[in-house]
Design a protein. Structure first.
Length: 140
């Protein structure tokens, strides 16, 4: 991915993080999903008084895109930190890794922003041996 797109994606994740609704944990997360047409789908964490009802930023972004009929993606950027202060990388939780694997291939790049820049990991590094019932790529 070119540097301009990388910056656009990471900036979109930061923008989304500022919209996090996290009155319980105060941990703000933003995600930005780049689709195959170059559009960006943003998501933030949305907490709930019934804690397990919380949705993570990554799944918010995937929900926004898939609900709009978009299922082909080329990268995701994720940032997060206490009260939106970005320090170390914020890696996706196990459920979000599994949800990403539903729509994205093993070599899918996951950009993790931190205070000094970003790290890129392949989805297979975050979730090796992912569970799948599909034998072929999702197209429909
Ligand atoms: N969170 C995310 O949004 N994404 C992750 O992958 C890790 C956790 C959120 C959920 C909750 O609102 C807060 O971070 C603290 O767990």
């Amino acid at each position: 991915m070119d540097k301009t797109t990388e910056k656009r994606l990471l900036d979109a994740a930061i923008e989304a993080m500022h919209r996090a609704y996290a009155p319980y944990s105060h941990f703000h997360v933003g995600a930005a999903l780049l689709d195959a047409d170059g559009r960006i789908w943003q998501g933030c964490n949305i907490e709930n008084a019934s804690y397990p009802a919380t949705i993570c930023a990554e799944r918010s972004a995937i929900s926004a895109a898939v609900s709009a009929g978009v299922r082909k993606f080329s990268a995701i950027a994720i940032v997060g930190g206490p009260n939106g202060e970005i320090g170390d990388i914020c890696t996706p939780c196990g459920i979000c890794r599994q949800v990403l694997c539903e729509f994205c291939p093993p070599d899918f790049p996951v950009y993790l922003g931190h205070s000094q820049g970003h790290t890129v990991l392949a989805l297979r590094e975050l979730l090796p041996y992912a569970f799948s019932l599909l034998e072929t790529e999702v197209t429909s």
